[in-house]
Each structure stands twice: as structure tokens, then as C-alpha cells.
Write a protein that binds this ligand. Structure first.
Ligand code: ADE
Length: 360
């Protein structure tokens, strides 16, 4: 039944595709960077990151050679940092195995770190015209509605079956446009939040969910596991204009990024002061800060905070803590957006807010 969507979809795309930075020049590197960034992040939020990333690291080789700190800094605020670590691993493979040029081959793309079926299909089809599907959340939504299917789109078997159906209808001469058109319909017409704009949809004529009046019920997603809640106490330790940070471990959540020192649990002033002294520091004053929350994919941090001013003493840099000027994080130290609420107390703006501030 899906065959009938191809022509109307492509004609619609010709007239309605948004002009996006990664659509102008479809080199595999640009397509790859954009697709990885777009995996958990909205188009509007990605745009400034994309431009900056490409300016700093214009090709596979520069990405392969970039230092970890610079890399994480470029990704700061986008979250899911393993995405960019995997990109660097893949870049190194591409340099070593393919002399720095992306292989124009679906199986070889798929074998690269961090590149799954969706991304291999997107790069393959958009940059090389390879006839492979690129089924992301947008496409799953559009197709489960067109088919009026109540199957659970989070199930791998359901996704694989849809990929196979799409595979059969990808036009030979416009594989990339076809995949992007499906994604685009999902992003701007058959939208994830809010009411679908069926009156604008080129697929309305054959959409079974529309016919049955069940558009808003689809797609079906079985409830995911609840997020684990972690309580943390975050400390803004200041000495003059400097503030304490430390590097996180190289494995696990936010690996390798810098953070404000923080402790497990909800601690009171006395407990906090005790710990600060055990770090060999001399607190002068302590001030409670407003609570804050940050949501990761599997964990939620509920944070309590304190601002503590310190006396300048010798040998303050112990236990992995070191002191930096606020301006230095802008250039050097990637601090994840989870700390944004507290970083603000030291005049540091993190992550996406950085761009929002500049637009004001
Ligand atoms: N979301 C994922 N891939 C995209 C693309 N190529 N264009 C717009 N939105 C997207």
C-alpha cells in the first residue's frame, strides 16, 4: 500500500523542504554531523551548534585529530556526549582505513562506531544516493499513521518490518530526497507534539489513521522504564573571581567533562562545610542556593546547591579540584548543561542558553 506515497511525497518536498545548512552542501561529513546532532535534538537547537562545529572541525581529519576537551566543548549543551566520542572514533577509522574519505557503501558505513541503520541509511542515501531507508522517530510516526498501525514502534521487530517496507519503495534516482521528505513530513506536518496538520499533508489522501479519526492515538509506544532519581548537592566554591571545578571520570555519565564539585544526597550546611574542610579548603561563608533539576535519558538529578566563599590558602588544588576564572570555561572547559542553574552564579552561561542569550 505504501507505493502510492512516493510521488506526492517527493512533489511536496520539492515545494516545502526547509532550507537547512546541511541540505545546501551534501558532503557525507556534513550530513553525518547533522544527523548525529539531530538524533536527540530539535532542528532549531542544532543549527548554531552545527555551524560552529563545522567551522572548528571542517573535515574528518580535523575531527580525528581534535583534543578531547575541545571536542566536548564543541558539544557542550547538546547532551548525549557519547555521540561525539563515537564520531571521533569513526573519524579515526575513516582516516586510517579509507584515507579520510567516507566509504560510499552501506555495510561499511554501518560498521563505523556510532553509526546504526538509521544513520548509515541517512548518510548513504543523502550523500551517495544509496537506496537504503532512514527510519527515525519522525518516519515511524508518519508511517504508523498512514497504515493506522497500533504496533509498538519502540519494538525493534516493528521498526525492522517498517524498514523493509520502505526499502521496497525507495526511488532509485532520489533516495536521499525521499528519506528526507518522510522525515520532514514528520517534523513539520505530522508533528510529534500537538495536532497533526492533516489539511496540509500530501499523504492525507491515503492516510488510514486520518480516515478512521485516530491520528492522535498513534504511534503507540509502550511505557518506558521510569527514570531513576538521584539527589546531589552542588557546590559553587569561590575564591575571589575563581571557582572550583573538577574533571569527571573517563567512564559513565558525562564522562570526561568538567563539573562543579558535588556530593551525593541532600546535605545540610554543616555537612557541606565539613566536606569542604576535609578537602583542605577554608570556607568563610555559605549561602544556600535554589534547588534545580536536570533530566538525562535514564536518570534525573534533583539538586540542592550552596555558594561558598573561600579564604585564599596555599595548595588549594587537591582532590582533583582546581580553580578557574569564569571566562576560561567559555574557551576551555566543557561543563555539561546539567550544572547550568549553578554555573549562572559564577556568571557562566552553558549549553543551549548560550545561544539564546546571544540572540536577545
Ligand atoms: N531530522 C533528522 N534528520 C533530519 C534532516 N536531514 N533534516 C531535518 N530534520 C532531520
Amino acid at each position: 500500500m505504501l507505493e502510492q506515497i512516493v510521488k506526492p511525497l517527493l512533489s511536496w518536498y520539492d515545494g516545502h523542504a526547509r532550507v537547512l545548512p546541511w541540505r545546501e552542501d551534501k558532503s557525507p561529513y556534513r550530513v553525518w554531523v547533522s544527523e548525529i546532532m539531530l538524533q536527540q535534538t530539535r532542528v532549531e537547537a542544532v543549527k548554531p551548534f552545527f555551524e560552529r562545529f563545522l567551522k572548528a572541525l571542517p573535515n574528518v581529519r580535523s575531527l580525528a585529530e581534535c583534543s578531547e576537551d575541545e571536542l566536548l566543548k564543541l558539544w557542550e549543551g547538546l547532551g548525549y556526549y557519547n555521540r561525539v566520542r563515537n564520531m571521533q572514533k569513526a573519524a579515526r577509522v575513516i582516516v586510517e582505513k579509507y584515507a579520510g574519505a567516507f566509504p560510499a557503501d552501506y555495510a561499511k558505513l554501518l560498521a563505523l562506531p556510532g553509526i546504526g541503520r538509521y544513520t548509515a541509511g541517512a548518510i548513504g542515501s543523502i550523500a551517495f544516493g544509496i537506496q537504503k531507508p532512514a527510519v527515525d522517530g519522525n518516519v515511524l510516526r508518519v508511517l504508523s499513521r498512514v497504515k493506522a498501525s497500533y504496533e509498538d514502534v519502540l519494538k525493534q521487530s516493528v521498526k525492522t518490518a517498517l524498514e523493509q517496507e520502505v526499502q521496497k519503495i525507495i526511488p532509485k534516482d532520489r533516495a536521499g530526497d525521499f528519506n528526507q521528505a518522510l522525515i520532514e513530513i514528520g517534523a513539520v506536518v505530522c508533528v510529534p507534539n500537538g495536532r497533526a496538520k492533516c489539511e496540509e499533508c500530501p499523504l492525507a489522501f491515503c492516510c488510514r489513521a486520518k480516515e478512521k479519526g485516530i491520528v492522535e492515538e498513534l504511534p503507540k509506544k509502550k511505557a518506558k522504564k521510569e527514570r531513576r532519581v538521584e539527589e546531589r548537592t552542588v557546590l559553587v566554591l569561590r575564591e575571589g573571581d575563581r571557582v572550583a571545578v573538577r574533571k569527571r571520570p573517563s567512564k559513565g555519565l558525562l564522562a570526561g567533562l568538567y563539573e562543579l564539585p558535588n556530593l551525593e544526597g541532600v546535605l545540610g550546611e554543616e555537612e557541606v562545610l565539613g566536606q569542604v574542610r576535609r578537602w583542605g579548603l577554608s570556607p568563610l561563608r555559605i549561602l544556600p542556593l535554589a534547588g534545580a533539576k536536570h533530566i538525562f535519558s535514564h536518570v534525573e538529578w534533583q539538586m540542592t546547591g550552596y555558594a561558598i566563599s573561600l579564604e585564599e590558602t596555599e595548595d588549594m588544588e587537591q582532590n582533583g579540584l582546581f580553580f578557574i576564572e569564569a571566562g576560561e570555561t567559555e574557551e576551555k572547559y566543557p561543563i555539561p548543561a546539567a550544572f547550568a542553574a549553578y554555573a549562572r552564579y559564577m556568571d557562566i552561561v552553558l549549553g543551549q542558553e548560550k545561544y539564546e542569550e546571544r540572540q536577545k
